[in-house]
Each structure stands twice: as C-alpha cells, then as structure tokens.
Ligand binder design. Sequence first.
Ligand SMILES: [Zn+2]
Length: 86
Amino acid sequence: MIALDACIDCVQAAVNGEFPEDDSERERIERALTEWADEGYPIITTAPDDEAEGFFSWSPCGVCGSHLGGARLAMVALSVDIEREV
Ligand SMILES: [Zn+2]
C-alpha cells in the first residue's frame, strides 16, 4: 500500500470514475491510472483513516504528477497479488 496525496481530478477519476471534460486532461489522468495499474497498483482509493481531509499544496500530485497548486487528498494505491505462472 502506498500513501499518496492526490489532486481532485485524480480523486474524482479513481473514486467516482469521473474524468475531466477536457480531452488532454482526461487522457493525462487515464494514462496515470493505467501506469499505476501496470506497476501492480490497480486500485487507488481514499485513505482508510480520517486524514482524508483536503489541504492545499504546491507539491506535485502523487498520482498524476500535476504540478498545479490546489487541493490534495490522502489516497492510497493498493496492490493485488497476481499469481504468475512461469
Ligand atoms: Zn492528479
């Protein structure tokens, strides 16, 4: 499990399946989520504790890397155990 501070766009996409209307923004976030899945973390969801209150930050989004300042929310990336047959 990896703790992340995610931008609102990523939270909306990962939790609600709602992507930005802007095509390039939508693609950017879809790509970020796909990359997380490819790395073995297909599930990105809100942090289980109650620290999920948003805060303002100029730090890059932990999910998509957006450098835009804005609200960040505590999220976690969850891995799955995939049995690989070699
Ligand atoms: Zn983001």
